[in-house]
Design a protein around this ligand. Structure first.
Ligand code: C2O
Length: 596
């Protein structure tokens, strides 16, 4: 397996100088871990980032320092000086305002192999914008689980979708115009006249409220078309075993719910893979276990608003500061799992510009939306929405069932009951699926690092940013701060991966584990060591070449407790690239305490 320092270079350090933003920590801020026990070149294979063999690597001319080795153990010292890596220093604190439709431009869709195309997905203009008012209704409508709807419901739903598809193409309520809503908000059509600040509703705290409102208007349009204001869309119940395959109602080729651009290998009864990157042939049982464990981690372990809903994103700030847990996974994984691999841009679900063209998109997002409700209902005092007015007053534009243009704010989206709907109550099996430590006993970073080294792992120092083209291990120090019991309860210890940079049009996925040294049997979501994952769906900005520059924040308090290493000074972080190896770099990794 793994190789030695002398092998030809491949694992990388910094392939592209454009990755170096002014916010990256200076290398002087990074130092070797474990000061008390100094490195010896004899006991650990050490490569510094100024490795002299870099120039031997000719196939990656843009990547002078790459090392060929499976495992890389990185030592990282104190980096607490660099706390504001994701903030835009010129940001004005203000809510993100709804887009100016007059300034809407064609969206951009790109891929390395097929090049760039422009897609017209701006909505029709309207002279008048009305402000959203909560609907009047006499009873709450319940969105049903798609796998268990009755024939009568299916008739109604099918009829509504047929009528929507039959509307004239320029009607803002038509199927394509509604699909384009997503395209415009997600592929760089809106910049309100400032090309450096294109609006993006993913990878931030706008994700849940934007999609909730989008579905709300979609549902109202459907209900209006069949004359039933109580009509409620179905949700794809992928968080429970029976709901894990694509719901049957969506796979009849003669139904308006069908979309031919889906992965042919993922038809029912195949179960969705909530930790999807590449095909892994798990038994049905193992797939269910993995899926339920992903759900537990994302829903139960991620307790605070930032962790669950995503990072703050205000007017004038760089978009995509960091997605919340469910947005990352399984939301993104499922998009990619459904998208058609044969299509150039992985249409429909596998690219933001086209995702809304698959009727399944709306069922998928209903379940995402349902998770927001469930998350708030779980025990614990941290599970609250943000109260920041920059969030509450962020606004979007949608066409309603009467083809009026409506401005709706995040504050309008907080409670589904004021919007007149809720979800059918179904069993929530993942609540009982707490991941367990992979092996009994204490798995300290020290022990794990040692084991990793005996497994031919190499130690690198002063390496950030790193390119993730191999499994990489980093020993990360915990803040040296003693905390009272109360502080411990109020705070969440988090692992932050800063300045995750990649081209927007590539699919990327990597998983993050703590204190896990073994790479022979892969660790999975069912293990306590699994902290979370990062995943990107191809999507573009108008401004060419602007990389996605985002972050990933993962809660680790519960994991440290489960692994019985709360007292340790360091943790060992393992990054496992699954998709898009070598296409993503990470600016820094640190541990902090957050309080919300
Ligand atoms: Cu706006 Cu599922 O993406």
């Amino acid at each position: 397996m793994a190789s030695t320092v002398n092998s030809p270079p491949t694992t990388g350090i910094l392939p592209n100088s454009s990755l170096q933003t002014p916010f990256l920590p200076k290398t002087s801020q990074l130092s070797i871990f474990k000061k008390k026990k100094p490195f010896t070149f004899a006991s650990r294979k050490v490569v510094s980032c100024k490795a002299s063999n870099g120039s031997q690597n000719n196939e990656h001319s843009s990547s002078p320092n790459r090392f060929d080795r499976r495992d890389v153990l990185l030592g990282l010292g104190s980096v607490y000086g660099a706390t504001n890596l994701v903030m835009d220093p010129f940001a004005l604190a203000a809510p993100v305002s709804s887009p100016d439709l007059d300034l809407c431009e064609k969206a951009t869709v790109a891929s390395k192999s097929a090049g760039t195309m422009k897609v017209a997905c701006c909505p029709p203009k309207s002279a008048k914008i009305i402000d959203f008012k909560p609907p009047k209704f006499s009873k709450i409508r319940y969105r049903p689980a798609a796998q268990s709807v009755d024939p009568e419901y299916l008739d109604k739903f099918t009829k509504a979708m047929e009528l929507m598809k039959a509307l004239p193409i320029d009607d803002p309520r038509s199927f394509m115009q509604q699909a384009n809503v997503h395209c415009a908000y997600c592929n760089g059509a809106y910049d309100n006249g400032d090309p450096s600040h294109e609006l993006q509703v993913h990878f931030s705290w706008l994700f849940f409220p934007f999609h909730r409102l989008y579905l709300y208007f979609y549902e109202r349009i459907l209900g209006n078309l069949i004359g039933d204001p109580n009509f409620a869309m179905p949700f794809w119940n992928w968080d429970a075993p029976r709901g894990m395959p694509i719901p049957e109602i969506y796979v009849d080729p003669n139904s308006p719910l069908y979309d031919e651009k889906r992965n042919v290998d993922h038809q029912p009864p195949k179960l969705a893979d909530l930790d999807y990157s590449v095909e892994e042939d798990l038994s049905k049982r193992d797939q269910i276990k993995s899926n339920l464990s992903v759900m537990y981690r994302q829903m139960v372990t991620n307790k605070t608003a930032t962790l669950f809903l995503g990072k703050p994103y205000r007017a004038g700030e760089k978009s995509s500061p960091g997605a919340g847990s469910i947005e990352q996974s399984p939301h993104t994984d499922i998009h990619k799992w459904v998208g058609d691999q044969r299509e150039t841009y992985k249409e429909d679900m596998g690219n933001f510009y086209s995702a809304g063209r698959d009727p399944l998109f709306y069922a998928h997002h209903c379940n995402v939306d349902r998770m927001w409700n469930i998350w708030k209902s779980l025990p614990g005092k941290k599970r609250r929405d943000f109260t920041d007015t920059d969030w509450l007053d962020s606004s979007f534009l949608f066409y309603d069932e009467n083809a009026n243009l409506v401005r709706a704010k995040v504050r309008d989206a907080l409670d589904t009951k004021t919007l007149g709907y809720d979800y059918q109550k179904v069993n929530i099996p993942w609540l009982k699926n707490k991941p367990t430590p992979r092996r009994p006993g204490k798995a300290s970073a020290k022990g794990q690092a040692k084991a990793a080294e005996t497994n031919n792992t190499t130690v690198i120092r002063n390496v950030f940013p790193i390119v993730l083209d191999k499994l990489v291990r980093v020993e990360v120090p915990r803040p040296k701060k003693s905390r009272t019991k109360l502080e411990k309860e109020d705070e969440e210890e988090v692992l932050v991966l800063q300045n995750i940079q990649l081209d927007r049009d590539v699919g990327v996925k990597f998983n993050v584990y703590i204190n896990d040294e073994d790479d022979e049997t892969p660790t999975g979501p069912e293990d306590s060591e699994f902290a979370g994952s990062f995943s990107n769906i191809p999507h573009n900005q108008n401004k060419a070449g602007v990389k996605l520059d985002t972050s990933l924040t993962l809660p680790i308090s519960d994991l440290l407790e489960d692994l019985d290493v709360e007292g340790d000074d360091n943790i060992l972080v393992t990054l496992v690239p699954k998709e898009g190896k070598g296409l993503v770099s990470i600016g820094n990794i640190k541990i902090e305490y957050i309080r919300e």
